[in-house]
Design a binder for this molecule. Structure first.
Ligand SMILES: Cc1ncc(COP(=O)(O)O)c(C=O)c1O
Length: 393
């Protein structure tokens, strides 16, 4: 008799979830938990959203799957929905299935365009930043910080710079950056740094890649971090919430760069399939119309107003923008203990690599007052301050 158990990839929460609706998780004992983590920026429209469900059902009945060798009207409708939100310029798009894949393809295209630009120039270096997370596949892991990637070598030479540095080596083919580092602790770029980085890339001849796996899809209160910060990269990626919970990875590259790259360099069986793009169309119609970014801004404003009303509470500052927020706790408080205390009161929030930061990344349809309620609850829990002083994660 064979036995099968799961490889221990995840440290799971003790949370008996049996369903989810909108911004609430439903537990086996009947409790409703406000989900301010949103499955890590994934549940853009909230759980079980009706329009997305109907689009998937209709797509399944009409054309459930077809090879990428065949053009579909679903793809055309998705492209039409996303185009108005794009940063200025002409763009080409390649579709895959995850954030790591989107970044893997971005790096491949950047390196290929560097090679195409000069047959003599040995430009193969990729620059990334301390604290970065870009995924777990070989190239994405090579430019991520943290525990060993698990691969014996990197696919290209890597230089890892301090956050805020402009010291790009002369042989750099590509610079990859999360415009706001999420896992590191919702770390924002220093003022004007992204614009300086853009200029430094142009000086050196390097391609600038924005990893917008978390910051894209309207999350920051504008369609993209590039529009939020007013800096346009050569290549950018997104995934997570771009299809509202259906697996997707998107790699956008300027038409000018793409036209110089040999064709046939990337490909995917499932990437850009009809179901994923039918789901993504529903999300992007609501991002491009401005509806979801506007709600993200309203939620951020409500949370900041709640914080201003609780100056003596346990939250010292708020980092990030829209609905990618980090709550910096007072010295001595532990984010993991605060997360556990909130969960006992039916609010789920995230932690991250910084033990002082709670992370919020809920649905972009979440009610502003629901988002703000975490500040009030933390202030109540703060009164017996010792309850939040647990061990760090
Ligand atoms: C900024 C960023 N890039 C890339 C990834 C990898 O995405 P995926 O898990 O879909 O491969 C993640 C996942 O958390 C991420 O946060």
């Amino acid at each position: 008799m064979n036995d099968l158990s799961e490889y221990p990839a995840y440290k799971r929460l003790d949370l008996p979830v049996v369903g989810a609706q909108g911004s609430y998780l439903l537990l086996a004992d009947g409790r409703r938990v406000l989900d301010l983590y949103g499955g890590h920026c994934v549940n853009t429209l909230g759980a079980g959203e009706a329009q997305l469900g109907a689009a998937l059902a209709q797509q399944w009945q009409t054309l459930s799957f077809t090879t990428n060798l065949i053009e579909t009207s679903t793809r055309a409708s998705f492209m039409e929905a996303v185009a108005p939100s794009l940063p200025p310029g002409d763009w080409h798009l390649f579709c895959s299935n995850s954030g790591a894949e989107a970044n893997e393809n971005a790096l491949k295209l950047a390196l290929a365009s560097a090679a195409a630009a000069s047959a003599t120039d040995d430009r193969r270096r990729v620059v990334c930043f301390k604290g970065a997370f870009h995924g777990r596949t070989a190239a994405a892991a090579a430019v991520s910080d943290g525990p060993p990637s698990g691969f014996p070598q990197t696919p290209f030479p890597v230089t890892r710079l301090d956050w805020g540095s402009l010291a790009i080596p002369a042989d750099t083919a590509a610079v990859i950056i999360e415009p706001i580092q999420s896992l590191a602790g919702v770390v924002e770029p220093p003022d004007c740094w992204l614009a300086s980085l853009r200029a430094a890339c142009d000086r050196v001849g390097a391609r600038l890649i924005f990893d917008e796996v978390q910051t894209g899809s309207g999350r920051l209160g504008s369609s993209w971090a590039s529009t939020h910060f007013g800096v346009t990269p050569d290549i950018f990626t997104t995934a997570k919430g771009a299809a509202g919970g259906f697996p997707i990875g998107l790699t956008f590259v300027t038409a000018a760069l793409s036209e110089k790259i040999p064709s046939g360099l990337v490909g995917s069986t499932f990437g850009g399939g009809p179901l994923a793009l039918a789901a993504a169309r529903v999300v992007w119609e609501r991002v491009s119309s401005g509806e979801l970014p506007a709600n993200a801004r309203a939620c951020e404003a409500a949370l900041r107003a709640a914080l201003a009303a609780q100056p003596q509470g346990p939250v010292r500052t708020v980092r990030g923008a829209g609905l990618l927020l980090g709550l910096e706790l007072a010295p001595g408080l532990s984010a993991s203990a605060a997360r556990d205390a909130l969960l006992e009161h039916d609010i789920l929030v995230g932690t991250c690599n910084d033990p002082q930061i709670l992370r919020l990344s809920p649905s972009l349809t979440c009610a502003p007052q629901a988002v703000a309620s975490v500040i009030e609850l933390l202030a109540d829990l703060w009164k017996p301050a010792a309850s939040l002083c647990g061990s760090t994660p």
